[in-house]
Each structure stands twice: as C-alpha cells, then as structure tokens.
Design a protein around this ligand. Structure first.
Ligand code: BES
Ligand code: ZN
Length: 395
C-alpha cells in the first residue's frame, strides 16, 4: 500500500507517483474541507464519514494545501495522500464510525449532476410504467409460495435482462431463498471507480390477499407493489437506453416474500451485512401510484429510515421533480427499508400518501390500476426522484 504522511517527501513523491490524470486523493479532517476548497482551485470533496473526508486535488496544489493547513489549522501536514481513490475510500470505510452507524450521515450528499439528471428526468414514460404495472397485476397473484409468484419473477428477470442486453458491466440474477420457492431478482450495474460502494434501489415483487388459500387468491397488487417494481423498471430503462455508467455500483432489487414479514429483503440485507458489504444508500419503492393525499405527492416515512438521506431526497425533489412533499410515519417496520435499516444501512421510503390517506384496497382483489385512475401518472414522479437518486449517489 502506498501511503505517506504529507511532508516534503510526498511533494517530491507525487511528481513521480502521479495518480491518473495528475490528480491525487487525500484523506483530510472534514473540518478542513471548506478551507481547502477556498484555497485550491482543483479541490473537490468526494466522500466523508466519521469526521474524515476524501478530496481529489491536482498534484501541483499539494504544496498549497500543505501551506493552508499550516497557516489556518496550525497542522503540519494534516492530510494523507493515496495512490488511488479506492485506497482513500478504504480509510473511510474502515473507520469505526462509518460501519453500521445509524445516526451519522454516511456520505456528503451533493447535487451537481444537473445535466445528466435533467435529461433522464425528462424522458420518464407514464406508458412504460403503466405497461409493467398491467403485466405484473395480470398474474393471479405473486404470492411467495405460489407458482404464479415464481412465474412473475421469471418474467421480471427476463424484462430486466432484455433492457440490459449488450452491456458487459450489467448482470441480472436470482437471489434464491431456501425456505420458499419465490426468488428475489437483482440487477447490477458495476461501478467504474467505486465498485465496492453499493447503491440499492428496490421494492417488493410479491403480492397477497385473503387469509385462507392465499396460493390461489386473486391478488393483483397493482399498487402494492407492481407500482414500485414498475418504477424501478423505469429507472433501469432510462439508465440502459442512455448508456449510463455509474462510478459506484448500482443494484436494482425486486424482493420476494415481503408481505409475509419482509423475509426476502431481510435475508438479503443480513447477507450483505455479514459479508461486510458497503451499501451507501437504499431507496425503497413500495406503493407509488395511488395519490391519496390531496396536497402532497411524495411522503417520506420518518421511522426506520435515515434522516440525512431523507432530507437529501427532499432536496432532490425540490431540484429535479418540483412536486410537494411531506412527512408521515408507518409506526412499524412496514416494508423492506426496515430490513436494511435494521442491518445498519441508510434507507428511505418515499411513499404515495400519508398513512392517514392509505389506499384502502391493498391486500384485496380490488388493488387494480383502475383504482388509481387507470394510469401511472403518480408513479412517474417517483421514477423521476429515483433516477435523480441513482445519478447523484452513483457518482
Ligand atoms: N406496502 C405495504 C406497506 C405499507 C402499507 C406502507 C401501508 C404504508 C402504508 C407492505 O407491502 C405491507 O403490507 N407490509 C405489511 C408489514 C409486513 C411486515 C408484513 C403491513 O403493513 O402489514
Ligand atoms: Zn402489502
């Protein structure tokens, strides 16, 4: 590992061991970032956690940074140079405060991808979303123990595979669960430079109705949750059709067996936790197409979610979606975001209404798209938000 405490030796070394394009990455106390920003013309903060930040600077400005640290902070050096961004990121991910900390922000949330986001947001298609809702709700049910629940996942895997065709950095796989037949479906876009940092965008694919004989019950689950899966699918369509390539790894997930106790997502989130995977953000899309609250379009559940990430999402709405948003609470772990939250990862669930105005037809045979006006207008707003989340976190 190439790592030096900054001093004269580093200044000399950097001219020999220049990072790609003559930039190098430094880890620095987060309190010094704004000072560094001001005194350097190339300084850019890339990540922060536990009081440490990663900055990218041009090698010609190392001396300037060193002088600034000395003058302003009375620190001799005060930063560490790294050969690659991945090395620098490791300092952050190894930091005790970062791993599974529930209160700290995991990242610096910044909004600076206007060009890409605005272009993608302008391309969302109500028709594409509606078509997927109609297809998924045409299965008798998508119950976790029913053959139709296996078949609907096979269709979805096929759909996502087709969208990702021709991309060597994209794969679509089943995550099989040993205790029931319905698999989860996971699509991965491998990140360019920050492969180990994962952004998850998902929702549950199963549906449920009745009490006895659920394997045979009619459970179209158009709102709960064909709408969320269709929203995820729209983000995938936009990413693929525009040749989008993220720096971080993006994973799209369609969880099995949510309706019976968040079983699918619990198994996935706990597997990730055990493997020490670095999931930097989770977006849960569960019920996006029934506008139940007159004055609000998107409502954030404040419980079992990460406050910093919720606020970041609200800013993304103001910047890119421009619809009214508000807060509500489930009062319990009402969907898969709770599985991720409980595993220590930052999760959010932007929801279609407040809890008071909940769609009364869910978990019945009447949960159809007709109940939401026969269109996907409401879900389209969530697709815009999700695409902004993907790009601004995936960078
Ligand atoms: N989509 C619902 C979650 C939901 C319902 C959120 C109403 C907000 C308002 C989800 O599919 C569901 O039904 N969850 C279960 C809980 C789960 C632990 C079985 C529920 O709410 O009963
Ligand atoms: Zn449900």
């Amino acid at each position: 590992m190439f790592k030096l405490i900054i001093g004269l030796s580093t200044i000399l070394a950097t001219s020999v061991f220049a990072a790609p394009k003559d930039y190098l990455y430094v880890t620095i106390g987060s309190d010094a970032v704004s000072g560094a920003d001001k005194s350097l013309s190339t300084g850019k903060e890339i990540a922060t956690a536990g009081g440490i930040s990663v900055m990218r600077i041009h090698k010609n400005e190392v001396l300037k940074l060193s002088t600034m640290m000395h003058d302003k902070f009375n620190r001799c050096g005060g930063f560490v140079a790294h050969e690659s961004l991945e090395e620098a990121q490791k300092v952050l991910s190894n930091g005790l405060t970062r791993k599974f900390s529930k209160s700290m922000p995991f990242l610096t949330y910044t909004i600076d991808q206007q060009e890409t986001v605005e272009s993608l947001v302008a391309q969302t298609s109500e028709f594409s979303i509606r078509t997927v809702i109609e297809k998924l709700s045409s299965y008798r049910n998508r119950y976790y123990k029913a053959q139709t629940g296996v078949d609907s996942q096979a269709w979805l895997k096929g759909k996502w595979t087709e969208l990702g065709e021709g991309r060597s950095d994209v794969k679509v796989e089943y995550f099989n669960h040993s205790r029931w037949p319905q698999p989860s479906v996971v699509m991965t876009i491998e990140g360019n430079s920050l492969k180990d940092e994962i952004v998850v965008i998902g929702g549950h694919a199963d549906s449920i109705a009745g009490f006895w004989g659920r394997e045979r019950a009619h459970a179209p689950g158009a709102d709960d949750n064909a709408s969320g899966i269709a929203t995820v699918t729209e983000v995938i369509r936009l990413a693929m059709e525009n040749g989008y390539t993220p720096e971080r790894t993006i994973k799209f997930m369609a969880y099995a067996a949510e309706e019976v106790g968040l079983l699918g997502s619990k198994e996935i989130a706990n597997t990730y936790k055990k493997a020490g995977k670095n999931v930097v953000g989770v977006l849960q899309l569960d019920m996006t197409n029934h506008k139940g609250t007159e004055d609000l379009d998107i409502v954030f559940m404040s419980d079992f979610t990460n406050e910093s990430q919720n606020k970041f999402l609200a800013k993304l709405i103001d910047t890119y979606v421009k619809v009214p948003w508000g807060w509500s609470q489930c009062g319990y772990g009402c969907s898969d975001h709770a599985s991720w939250h409980n595993a220590g990862y930052p999760a959010s669930i932007p929801f279609e209404s407040t809890m008071r105005d909940i769609n009364g037809k869910i978990h019945t045979k009447h949960d159809t798209i007709e109940q939401s006006g026969g269109n996907a207008d409401h879900a389209e707003k969530f697709a815009k938000l999700a695409v902004a989340f993907m790009v601004e976190l995936g960078k």
